[in-house]
Ligand binder design. Structure first.
Ligand code: GUN
Length: 286
């Protein structure tokens, strides 16, 4: 029987900490952090994420600015908005919700966001900083997953850590964070041979594949910490992770549920990044 990692509780703690620090920042320095969220088009899932980000901003005491642009927005128009936000002192963090419509090159947009305001940590400068361990922002999902690992009290140092998935947003930075904590890290992907043999070595297993119930019981070592980053919608409308929970839960020592695991952490870490950005842009190091 695994201990369940309660992402809602951990995220509530992170947000409460951000709220307290924000209150102090306003009281002491008159600075209220601001997050600009840009959404292009009508993707319903993106709409839900953006609404949740706005609500979280209100809850922690940030200003939030929303820009909802039509589906047919051109790359030039979006770049122009990014430039305006880069120069707006009230905006400390900029997030362009991905995916963007196909006429827009998402790399060009990410590169245009000022690195100091890139609270997603997607800009190449921030990605490079993560590589060398000299960063101010971490991408929200891996940062949230790391926070959940920390909440278990399990020390990563020396552990076999296996990350399934090599995306720029989750798999690669997750592996780097585990390495910074002195884990022995393996990244698996669609071309990995004998996947189950590799994942069975994991003391800490992070699944970021995007396939429902991909990680089965036989792939998991007895006593492993299992972090499920997947959010997949089944035909019956239910959400389900990358981990077959029913099979894996009896073997794991700790496991994240879906929903209620990594998901709620992402927004909490976005709030933290925005606070960090606001402090850094105002030369406050406390
Ligand atoms: N779309 C899905 N997740 C994310 C995220 O973390 N950041 C951005 N910008 N877009 C996303």
């Amino acid at each position: 029987m695994a201990n369940i990692i309660d992402g809602k509780a951990v995220s509530a703690k992170v947000k409460e900490q951000v709220r307290i620090e924000t209150e102090a920042l306003i009281a002491k320095h008159g600075i209220q952090p601001g997050l600009a969220v840009v959404i292009v088009g009508n993707d319903p899932a993106s709409r839900v994420y953006v609404n949740n980000k706005k609500k979280a901003c209100e809850a922690v005491g940030f200003k939030s600015f929303e820009y909802a642009l039509p589906e047919e927005t051109t790359q030039e128009e979006l770049l122009e908005l990014v430039e305006t936000l880069n120069n707006d002192k009230n905006v400390n963090g900029i997030l362009v919700q991905l995916p963007v419509p196909k006429q827009i090159d998402d790399k060009a947009i990410i590169n245009a966001i000022s690195a100091e305001k890139d609270v997603d940590a997607f800009h190449p400068e921030n990605v490079g900083r993560i590589m060398i361990g000299d960063y101010s922002f971490l991408p929200c999902t891996p940062a949230g997953a790391m926070e959940l690992i920390d909440s278990t009290g399990v020390d990563v140092a020396g552990k076999n850590c296996v990350v399934i998935g090599r995306s720029n947003i989750v798999g690669k930075p997750m592996a780097m964070l585990l390495l910074h904590r002195s884990g022995t890290v393996t990244i698996c992907h669609s071309r990995t041979q004998n996947l189950a043999e590799v994942t069975r070595q994991a003391d800490i297993l992070v699944a970021a594949v995007g396939k429902a119930n991909f990680v089965t019981g036989d792939m998991v070592k007895e006593g492993a910490v299992v972090i499920d980053v997947g959010i997949n919608r089944l035909d019956n409308g239910k959400l389900c992770g990358d981990v077959n929970y029913a099979e894996v839960e009896p073997k794991a020592s700790w496991i994240t549920p879906v929903p209620g695991g990594v998901g709620p952490m992402t927004i909490a870490m976005l709030m933290r990044n925005t606070l960090t950005a606001a402090k850094a842009q105002n030369g406050i190091h406390e």
